[in-house]
Design a protein around this ligand. Sequence first.
Ligand code: GLP
Length: 256
Amino acid sequence: MKVIRTNNYEEMSKVAADLVISKIKAQPNITLGLATGSTPINLYRQMIQDHQQNGTSYKNIYTVNLDEYIGLPKEHPSSYYFFMKNELFDHLDIPKEQTFIPSGVVADLDEECEKFEQIITNVGGIDLQILGIGPNGHIAFNEPGTPFESRTHVVNLTESTIKANSRFFKTIEEVPTRAISLGLKTIFESKQIILLASGPKKAHAIRDLIDGPIDEQYPASILKKHPNSILIADNDAMQLVSTKSDTILSSDFLAR
Ligand code: GLP
């Protein structure tokens, strides 16, 4: 795992946007794996801006989302479907039928999980996966202890994740207690993975990821086994890391 340290959120987003947009330009039919949450919002804004100003097209791109809350319909303002539509898809020229997000309101959730794995296979696998990280180290909704071999599955959210995500809901009681999530193995099979982290609330998770072992208690640590994974984290998120590693690059290396 390559680590790029940036000064702040804006710089983290810029480094990520430069990487993502250059991949899209090089491979206009790329399959992107997308994340929700506050972390990738500025990256998505830069993708939209680049599309509007430079005409980078998404007509032949497929997207697959990581997760969705169980019980929230598409129209619910806190659903991940709603988020993706508002923060990204409505502002690009991507055909709606090329964007895939698991549904959390189907009768048969196990069937939805299998269907989602099939969709990923049908689009030829995920070329570039964008990830955020939860304060407890989860990626997508794979909570600590999730097997590295897991496929798309139904998850019971931990108290800490419900609390962390309650900021997107009117009350904590409104936060669903379950979600559908891509499994860790499914994510790991992506050809390239970019993990984004910003702010002091992620400092423990990033310390565990960099300084800690590869262990199912730290779901993101699976990325250390991946041949083409990059962590882009800002100073606040990196503040507890003690590993002094040559592999930690400052963002200005990209300009060299
Ligand atoms: C949720 C999502 C994750 C996301 C995490 C962090 O739990 N399921 O995919 O990475 O939140 O969110 P944020 O970027 O808002 O800190």
